[in-house]
Design a protein around this ligand. Structure first.
Ligand SMILES: Nc1ncnc2c1ncn2[C@@H]1O[C@H](COP(=O)(O)OP(=O)(O)OP(=O)(O)O)[C@@H](O)[C@H]1O
Ligand SMILES: [Mg+2]
Length: 269
């Protein structure tokens, strides 16, 4: 492995640790994501999920170990060439985007790797793509709305459209359904499911707090606790009551109903 990462490898972490203030936020994580897999990342608050996504997005370098993203080893590749191949939709991005820009502009600026600046010479083709992605996320009625006036759910859908704009090979989603109402969550799960099952859609890694948010089409789960991998593998094998209980530190029962998942605490007594 390592130097000779196969083309079919989307992400290869070997013994990756991220240490801050003497503490390992990510602790000796080895994890391999292959083409065609769609991963859900589960773990309690503070487990290191966002930190791990930041490594996968090439914005954070491991303190120890090696990270190979889309066949390129971090530390040996020009990240400015790598980053356009990765789409990231998380709320940290939302804070960097100009609130006065319209929704359409917000998505369009991604095509040029910028967070700000409206240019007059965007290609027609880019605008068509931006409109198509926004349509796919159900945002066609909001094209001229200012980004800063959007509700949380609308903002999240805009960020996903934006992340798709560069035609990424890897799409990273950090809690895309957090803060959405039940209808908004179900709508997003349906849209993510469509994306996850689209054979030409990018590889996807999604952090979530709730198994109810796992869209059909997702194939694998990574569970982390205190920076360490607790389970990694196909959903059907690894998303068990036992693993989930160990991950969250309380007795939980997980069930699969059709192509969706639910989890709840064991009743007392
Ligand atoms: N730069 C930093 N310096 C020190 N500690 C940090 C730094 N960044 C994050 N942490 C800590 O690292 C731990 C993991 O953070 P991270 O954001 O990855 O967790 P998370 O799993 O995404 O949690 P959540 O579910 O709450 O989003 C947390 O305890 C956090 O306080
Ligand atoms: Mg987080």
């Amino acid at each position: 492995m390592g130097e000779t990462a196969l083309m079919s490898e989307v992400l290869e972490l070997e013994d990756v640790s991220v240490v801050r203030g003497g503490r390992a936020l990510v602790d000796q994580v080895s994890w391999s994501v292959k083409e065609g897999e769609r991963w859900v990342i589960l773990g309690p608050n503070g487990a290191g999920k966002t930190t791990l996504l930041n490594v996968a997005s090439s914005y954070l370098f491991p303190s120890k170990g090696t990270a190979t993203i889309l066949g390129e080893r971090l530390g040996k590749v020009d990240v400015f060439e790598l980053r356009p191949r990765i789409g990231m939709a998380g709320m940290a991005m939302a804070d960097k985007l100009p609130k006065a820009q319209t929704v359409l502009q917000t998505v369009l600026t991604a095509a040029y790797g910028m967070t700000a600046g409206w240019r007059e010479d965007y290609e027609d083709i880019d605008e068509q793509r931006a409109r198509a992605f926004l349509d796919r996320l159900g945002m066609s009625d909001y094209l001229d709305r200012k980004f800063g006036t959007l509700s949380e759910g609308e903002r999240k859908r805009t960020l996903i459209a934006r992340a798709l704009m560069t035609d990424p090979e890897l799409l990273l989603l950090d809690e895309p359904a957090a803060g959405l109402d039940l209808g908004g969550r179900e709508d997003l799960v349906r849209r993510l499911g469509r994306l996850a099952r689209d054979p030409i859609a990018p590889s996807m890694l999604m952090v979530t707090h709730h198994v109810e948010e796992i869209a059909p089409g997702f194939t694998h789960v990574l569970m982390i606790r205190q920076g360490k991998v607790l389970a990694a593998g196909p959903l059907e094998l690894e998303l068990t009551s036992r693993n989930l209980s160990l991950c969250f530190g309380l007795p939980l029962v997980v069930e699969q109903r059709g192509d969706r998942w639910t989890a709840q605490g064991l009743p007392l007594g």
